[in-house]
Design a protein around this ligand. Structure first.
Ligand code: GLC
Length: 437
């Protein structure tokens, strides 16, 4: 699937320099910042920022916040946990920010939100802060960076990149048994279900939510299909898309996935894997840190990563990831920027990569010894190529509407209330009404 406004975004990325000059902000004057009295006062009266994001099943966020507070005694971070389902999380922010609430200062955004949130005027533009502190935007993965820019301004900074991967148990699956194709996966999952105390053969995300869109993109792209093409044409009604979605439905309806897989998001998937219930799992890179966390996982040291199985066209991963932004109505823009800059900068990303298993958006961290020790697969050129080739979702201010169409129609196909052919026909009609070519 192609970015709906990708060409526009490219142009915008290029015109960033112009935007740098024109932004307003509310930080204190430099004289005030440099005054010793102000610094002392700040230390005694620390500012508390509310930072919100979905549940982190790893130690990444906690460790990062600890490190920030240690190096910034004038700022305390109060964590607000949001719903882990990214769609529900999105709606909670829309409600708060539409009401112009200033309660949340800094928050994480799914990679598919910045365009919409920028257009809705929820975010504080970061350009003048970036310029003042000489943040090097060239150090960032340019794909992730493109998603953080809209209408010539920088609205967020990318914290990590996600790409769908296959996780498997090394004590149950031999190297030569790792499935190369979706048909191999089906065979292996059937054969392994029940072995070593497992209850399932494969676990995926099939709830009607954003994660299902990601899983669907992977099946569809693996069979050479698309939802929307490079020219913004709706091309969902093709034999390739139909074949990919039929494979998804076959897997989701099989007896080797949990009977209630249509309630599964990443949270339930992670839980099943770390409880030792499945030999195979589709999830995002953090699963490696989660499954190796001895304090909660029953399978530490028994997990490996492979590319998702291939269809007729090859293996395909959906591109995901999270970015950090500042609420436009924050009462503490200067401190909020300090925190954001730390999280999305090399120091914060390094901590999150080590403790959270997240793939950094700052390319040089892929050469960092401590990062590689914690995540040996990051050194794998195949892993890096997989990240680079991951399939993006449309970047559009009305992305949620497109996503809803996919979620509802794919869910109906899984439930059997319509055929895959009917689902793609319905998607075609509804998407055509929403996508401006
Ligand atoms: C992950 C991805 C995000 C995606 C979500 C779907 O959090 O990083 O981009 O939308 O999963 O559940």
């Amino acid at each position: 699937m192609k970015l709906l406004k990708s060409s526009k975004l490219m142009v915008l990325a290029g015109s960033l320099a112009l935007a740098l000059a024109g932004c307003s902000g509310q930080s204190k004057s430099s004289t005030e910042e440099n005054s010793g009295t102000t610094k002392e006062a700040a230390k005694d009266n620390p500012v508390t920022l509310v930072y919100s994001k979905g549940k982190d099943v790893t130690q990444g966020t906690t460790k990062m916040v600890e490190a920030f507070e240690k190096s910034h005694p004038n700022i305390k971070i109060k964590f607000r946990e949001m719903p882990s389902d990214t769609g529900q999380q999105h709606d909670a922010y829309v409600t708060a920010f539409n009401a112009k609430s200033s309660e949340i200062d800094v928050f994480d955004l799914d990679v598919v939100w910045p365009a919409e949130f920028a257009q809705a005027d929820y975010l504080l533009p970061l350009d003048r802060y970036i310029q003042k502190d000489n943040v090097d935007l060239n150090a960032y993965n340019q794909g992730a960076l493109a998603a953080s820019q809209f209408n010539g301004k920088q609205w967020t900074l990318p914290k990590f990149i996600d790409a769908g991967m296959l996780f498997y148990r090394t004590d149950l699956v031999k190297k030569d048994e790792v499935p190369k194709t979706w048909d191999d996966l089906i065979k292996q999952a059937k054969a392994k279900k029940g072995q070593g105390g497992t209850k399932f053969g494969y676990v995926m995300q099939a709830k009607q939510y954003e994660g299902l869109v990601c899983d669907a993109i992977e099946f569809v792209a693996a069979y050479g299909g698309k939802f929307i093409d490079e020219k913004n044409q709706v091309v969902v009604n093709s034999p390739e898309t139909i074949k990919g979605l039929k494979k998804l439905v076959e897997v989701a309806k099989s007896e080797f996935v949990p009977g209630n897989v249509t309630n599964f998001t990443e949270i339930e998937s992670d839980q099943a894997f770390i409880e030792g219930q499945t030999p195979f799992l589709r999830n995002w890179p953090y699963e490696y840190a989660s499954a190796n966390d001895k304090s909660k996982s029953k399978i530490p040291g028994k997990v490996a990563i492979a590319p998702l199985p291939a269809g007729d066209k090859g293996s395909a991963a959906a591109l995901g990831g999270w970015q950090a932004g500042i609420n436009k109505n924050t009462k503490h823009p200067k401190e909020a920027w300090e925190f954001l800059k730390f999280m999305a900068g090399a120091e914060g990303q390094k901590i999150d990569a080590i403790y959270g298993g997240h793939a950094p958006t700052i390319a040089s961290l892929f050469d960092d010894k401590e990062v590689l020790k914690a995540n040996p697969t990051f050194a794998d050129k195949g892993f890096q190529a997989g990240l680079a080739a991951a399939v993006p979702r449309p970047v559009a201010a009305n992305y949620q509407e497109i996503s809803q169409i996919i979620q509802i129609e794919v869910s109906k196909a899984i439930a059997g209330s319509e055929t895959v052919e009917e689902a793609v026909k319905n998607m075609e009609t509804q998407m055509k009404a929403k996508v401006k070519a």
